[in-house]
Design a protein around this ligand. Structure first.
Ligand SMILES: [Zn+2]
Length: 252
């Protein structure tokens, strides 16, 4: 069972590596309740457990100022977690006034997680929301180990579409353009290619070389056949030369 889980985790991480371009060091943004769950289950600190779980040599865990603010506001039960969070590197977010961690994490991920963040959270609602965003691997803790959400159907579909675009859109355009623009660009390119296919240079050449009208060719072919047949008939029937000449002189 444990082996099966490891295998599926590795396969899911490979999906994000290959399809979405995730590279080490993996950057994992952690929210307060995930960190609290790690400490409660005594699974170890994020710096120890994350590289082991993700099969990576370098993993950088982060919290945000909004996550720290929430932990401070939760009271004595979360004092230990708040202290542990302060030892983790803080990622800058654009919130001068702290917002809820879920809002903060969503703003960092943006439309398509261009910065390749892993998100570690226990909030079911946030996990469901992020599964609809392309390129977001989601981690959560259970009593005995960590888990990685398998890529959702939406994420798989978006990756497949992106793969199609990479084949049709030039690399420099791909780096600069957002996902929707790329989709449109890919469609336009495919249309253009179809137009090019319509003009077949080989077909043009054939036409030039074969300029004789078809009707003339058919008539010529028929004439040859008829003449041959007539000659054959003359020989078989034994007609004299004059009669054969007269037959040949007949209009076709
Ligand atoms: Zn924030």
């Amino acid at each position: 069972m444990k082996y099966k889980k490891q295998k599926s985790t590795r396969r899911n991480i490979n999906f994000f590596r290959v399809q979405c371009g995730f590279r080490e060091p993996f950057r994992v943004i952690i929210d307060g309740n995930f960190l609290h769950a790690l400490l409660e289950a005594k699974l170890g600190g994020p710096r120890e457990i994350l590289p082991k779980f993700l099969g990576a040599t370098t993993v950088k865990p982060y919290v945000t100022r909004c996550v720290l603010a929430e932990l401070r506001s939760l009271g004595e039960d979360f004092t230990g977690t708040a202290l542990a969070a302060r030892r983790i590197e803080t990622m800058r977010c654009n919130h001068l006034k702290p917002v809820s961690p879920s809002e903060c994490l969503c703003s960092l991920v943006g439309e398509n997680n261009g910065d390749c963040f892993f998100i570690a959270t226990q909030q079911q609602e946030l996990r469901e929301k992020l599964l609809k965003v392309p390129n977001v691997p989601i981690l959560f803790a259970c009593r005995t180990s960590l888990n990685l959400e398998p890529p959702s159907e939406v994420q798989k579909r978006l990756c497949t579409e992106r793969e199609v675009q990479q084949k049709t859109v030039p690399q420099h355009e791909l780096k600069a353009a957002p996902l929707r623009t790329l989709l449109e660009s890919a469609e336009t390119n495919s249309r253009k290619r179809k137009k090019v296919k319509g003009v077949n240079p080989l077909a043009c050449k054939k036409k030039k070389a074969d300029s004789e009208p078809m009707e003339v060719k058919v008539q010529a072919a028929e004439g040859k056949q008829k003449r041959k047949r007539q000659r054959g008939k003359h020989k078989e029937s034994g007609l004299n030369a004059d009669l054969a000449a007269a037959v040949e002189a007949k209009p076709l």
